[in-house]
Design a protein around this ligand. Structure first.
Ligand SMILES: Nc1c(N[C@@H]2O[C@H](COP(=O)(O)O)[C@@H](O)[C@H]2O)[nH]c(=O)[nH]c1=O
Length: 145
């Protein structure tokens, strides 16, 4: 059966959300959530990236990352999937408890169940790319290998 997730507080699969409270060290610094890492990489090496890393909540990090007043790095569309892969891999390497939850999903499909995001999730039509779900599946395969 397909595994659906969205809200970070849902049990047991809320830990698949980038908003879940699972920090990690990556690129030499501490990131409070994978959302912080993902959003900050849109502006890597700038003051805004640091501001995002220090945001008090993942929602605030997302707001700062989506605020269009500073330009995104020019290669963002090309690198964003890799950025997400790195964030998700670092998170699940850092936390054995959620690694077990991910591995416990066997070979099931994993879907970010949101009507508002047609790229990272399944989107309004249900036919979205579900890139975050796919990255979770790939991370699961790598952890198992
Ligand atoms: N889980 C979750 C969201 N979804 C997350 O938003 C990120 C994509 O951001 P962007 O590419 O800037 O649109 C990605 O991590 C996706 O999983 N958004 C929210 O506002 N609230 C939430 O609880």
């Amino acid at each position: 059966m397909t595994i659906c997730f969205y809200g970070a507080d849902e049990v047991p699969y809320g830990c698949f959300s980038n908003f879940s409270d699972h920090g990690f060290r990556l690129d030499g610094v501490w990131w409070p959530t994978s959302e912080h890492y993902f959003q900050a990489q849109k502006f890597n090496g700038t003051r805004r990236a640091d501001l995002i890393r220090r945001a008090h909540t993942p929602l605030r990090a997302a707001e700062l990352g989506r605020d269009a007043s500073d330009p995104l790095r020019r290669d963002w569309e090309r690198v964003k999937d890799d950025v997400m892969r790195r964030a998700v891999a670092a998170k699940f390497h850092a936390h054995a408890d959620i690694r077990d939850v991910l591995l416990s999903t066997g070979d099931e499909e994993i879907v970010e169940d949101t009507t508002t995001d047609h790229y990272w999730g399944r989107g309004r039509t249900g036919k979205g790319k579900n890139m975050l779900g796919r990255i979770l599946v790939r991370t699961r395969n790598q952890l198992r290998a």
